[in-house]
Ligand binder design. Structure first.
Ligand code: FAD
Length: 450
């Protein structure tokens, strides 16, 4: 009988695991179960599909089930939810969502890639048809249809994290008036406060009504069973639609029920080889897991497509008999908000202090290219480094031009344990159209070294 590898979950980690497993072990039968309607698509591109910058929704899909079978010989079953795992029998129980019937399947190796779910507010009205969570392609289609057909004039976005901000940018490109309700003084709590102020300014410049230090207490529901008002402590916002973007939590319930260990943040605990802790023959990858943070060396939760795909490939390779390791994540994230590029890599100062590092913070403002060019703009750098040995722990880079790609240099530096001295000595490209003679990256290293 053929060896059988089963994958649960079909967005980023799942398909990466399945295709890698098949490549490493072409004789194995690889089967993927996904409870939703789609597999293998770009979640990160959803805001640009909503804004209209990506027009063709088919471009978001990397593999349909048919193509995955034809090109990779992986069998994917959509609308099939795995309801339980029995590790002692190497068996799973699955419900076909279309007809409601359940059946069992067996595995030699199982890969759990069940991802994450949007956090909910727990407020009456959040299931109304004009309240949207941005997590899946089905969510994106529903939102796009609502905007195209019902032409809302305004929207309230709850949460000013990366997704809330990307949606603010997307919806204002659709000419909606936007209010953002956020729990703290400035957006993106992972960034340093001086940089978060720059983001607040960018929202103001672009006529976004940013409401700080507020939480939503109630929804007002209208005659069409739509949310028509969002109630804050001292204010009511009338609205045509709501986006809830208050974060995600790992889908680890299924794993936990079968005896797999989960960490402090609710993610499945895995070894460096992606073996789920507490059971044999089961691997896990992606948003449903906690992984080793490369700086703190401790297990932490991160929800990023890069980490999901990478860990998916590792789980796939090892499930197929390989022996590869994941060294840990840096957490490299970036986005564009109107004209502003925003990037964060590594630890924030708060996280570094919580991890008992003695930190040094260095802020530098530099130019994106030589000042003679009229389109040379400011770039704001912040480095968080370890005072005791100079090692880089984290960085923020913000600016109108070239900020995100510059932050990648710091991601690399963190990955390889470089110090601010190393950064000061980097040999980087100088070309007047791309950087000043001393790029801000090097200037920041020099400043931090002092
Ligand atoms: C709007 C948006 C923008 C983003 N932008 C970026 C970005 O720019 N860069 C970046 O790195 N990351 C970004 N991310 C994060 C990234 O999309 C996620 O980290 C990534 O999708 C995680 O992939 P995953 O496969 O682990 O989990 P998920 O994408 O959550 O997929 C898991 C799948 O498993 C299925 N599933 C769960 N339980 C079961 C079950 N019991 N049976 C069958 N199927 C099941 C779910 O239906 C789901 O389809 C963004 C996320 C969002 C929402």
């Amino acid at each position: 009988m053929k060896r059988k590898i089963i994958v649960i979950g079909g967005v980023a980690a799942g398909p990466s695991a399945a295709t890698k497993a098949k490549r490493v072990s072409p004789d194995a039968e690889v089967v993927l179960y996904e409870q939703g309607e789609h597999i293998s698509y770009g979640v990160c591109e959803i805001p640009f599909f909503i804004s209209g910058e990506i027009q063709d929704s088919e471009k978001l899909v990397v593999y349909t089930s048919e193509r995955l079978k034809k090109e990779k010989d992986v069998t994917a079953h959509i609308l099939h939810r795995v309801e339980s795992i029995l590790p002692s029998k190497r068996e799973i129980s699955i419900r076909n969502i279309k007809d409601g019937k359940t059946f069992t399947d067996w595995y030699d190796k199982l890969i759990i890639a069940t991802g994450s779910s949007s956090k909910h507010l727990g407020i009456h009205g959040e299931k109304c048809r004009n309240v949207f969570y941005i997590k899946s392609l089905s969510n994106a289609y529903a939102l796009k249809k609502y905007i195209d057909e019902e032409k809302p004039r305004n929207a309230v976005i709850i949460g000013a994290g990366f997704i809330g901000l990307e949606m603010a940018d997307a919806l204002s490109k659709r000419e909606l008036e936007i209010s953002i309700v956020h729990k703290s003084e400035h957006p993106l709590s992972i960034l340093e406060v001086q940089n978060r102020k720059i983001i607040s300014e960018e929202l103001k410049t672009n006529a976004i009504n940013f409401i700080p230090n507020s939480t939503v207490e109630w929804f007002g529901i209208g005659s069409k069973q739509n949310v028509v008002a969002v109630g804050l402590k001292n204010q009511t916002l009338e609205t045509d639609m709501v986006i809830v973007a208050i974060g995600v939590s790992p889908n680890s319930h299924l794993a936990q029920q079968s005896g797999i260990q989960v960490g402090n943040q609710g993610g499945i605990l895995v070894s460096d080889r992606m073996n789920a802790l507490g059971v044999n023959n089961i691997f896990a990858a992606g948003d449903c897991c906690e992984f080793k943070n490369i700086v703190t060396k401790k297990s932490a939760y991160v929800s990023l497509a890069t980490t999901a795909s990478k860990t998916g490939r590792i789980a796939g390779e090892n499930a197929a008999g390989g022996n590869v390791q994941f060294k840990g994540f840096v957490r490299a994230m970036g986005m564009q908000l109107f004209d502003l590029e925003i990037a964060h890599v590594g630890l924030s100062s708060k996280e570094a202090q919580e991890a008992h590092f003695q930190i040094e913070i260095t802020d530098v403002k530099a130019k994106s290219k030589i000042g003679m060019f009229p389109n040379s703009t400011d770039i704001y750098f912040t480095l968080i480094s370890d005072k005791t040995n100079g090692k880089l722990l984290g960085a923020n880079v913000l600016g109108k031009n070239g900020a995100v790609q510059r932050a990648n240099v710091f991601a690399l530096a963190i990955r390889h344990g470089l110090t601010v001295q190393d950064i000061a000595e980097l040999d980087l490209i100088y070309a007047p159209k791309f950087s000043p003679l001393w790029d801000g990256i090097i200037q920041t290293g020099i400043q931090a070294r002092k």
